[in-house]
Design a protein around this ligand. Structure first.
Ligand code: ADE
Length: 224
């Protein structure tokens, strides 16, 4: 899979893509992530990519021209399943959408900034809008990193068997059961006996029961 991220602040994306699981996935060639600086597609001598909003309202708006040029350049080289605009107005990003997007071959994530992008971009250049939650971020970069992370960890060969995405919270509509590691007792706090029993069936049943109880208590709406 290939993920192209279009942004006017590429530095924000460097950190998240350069650590741990994502870094290894990129190095192992399980995914290709390319960050494109919108300023490289600006035609004016100041390399500006935004301008004042028509109508006199406060706030800068990303212009259509550099965005269009960038998307067209990418499209000249490959076909994209989705061109996604990161926006608080978009459809809420949840695990099923991550699962769906992980099946794509190529996607573009477009990050907005300031007051967002010229409406003509939203009307004509993108296939969908995604929000990571009902709050407004300063730009789409952190949201794009969230979406990229949740997709990449689902790709074949990215996670080891033991940290398999299938046992994640939400994958079976429930939150994950508790986990413990050594020592078996710490300052009188004990690991549940069943986990030390070596009885696989008992352990499986206990974990399933814990997941259900936790979900009922913390996120009952998931069980509806
Ligand atoms: N850009 C600004 N806020 C956002 C959000 N909540 N989700 C996605 N992109 C955004």
């Amino acid at each position: 899979m290939r993920i192209d991220i279009i942004t006017c602040l590429p530095e924000i994306l460097k950190g998240p893509l350069d650590q741990s699981i994502l870094k290894r996935a990129i190095e192992k060639g399980k995914v290709e992530v390319c960050v494109h600086n919108l300023r490289d597609f600006a035609d004016n001598k100041h390399k500006s990519v935004d301008d004042y909003a028509y109508g006199g309202k406060a706030g800068m708006v990303l212009m259509i021209e550099p965005i269009d040029k960038c998307i067209q350049t990418l499209k000249d080289n490959r076909a994209y399943d989705e061109v996604i605009y990161m926006s608080p107005d978009g459809k809420r990003f949840e695990q099923p959408m991550a699962n769906e997007l992980s099946l794509c071959k190529n996607i573009i994530l477009l990050c907005g900034h300031y007051k967002g992008v010229d409406e003509r971009v939203r009307e004509h250049l993108i296939t969908r809008e995604i929000s990571i939650g009902d709050y407004v971020l300063s730009g789409g970069e952190i949201a794009a990193a969230v979406v990229a992370d949740s997709i990449i960890r689902l790709l074949p060969g990215v996670l080891s068997d033991e940290s398999s995405a299938l046992t994640d919270s939400f994958q079976d509509g429930m939150i994950a059961p508790p986990v413990y590691t050594r020592p078996a007792e710490y300052k009188g706090l004990k690991v549940p006996e069943v986990l030390l029993s070596g009885n696989e069936k008992l352990i499986e049943d206990w974990l399933a029961d814990q997941a259900e109880q936790r979900t009922k208590k913390r996120r009952p709406e998931l069980l509806d």
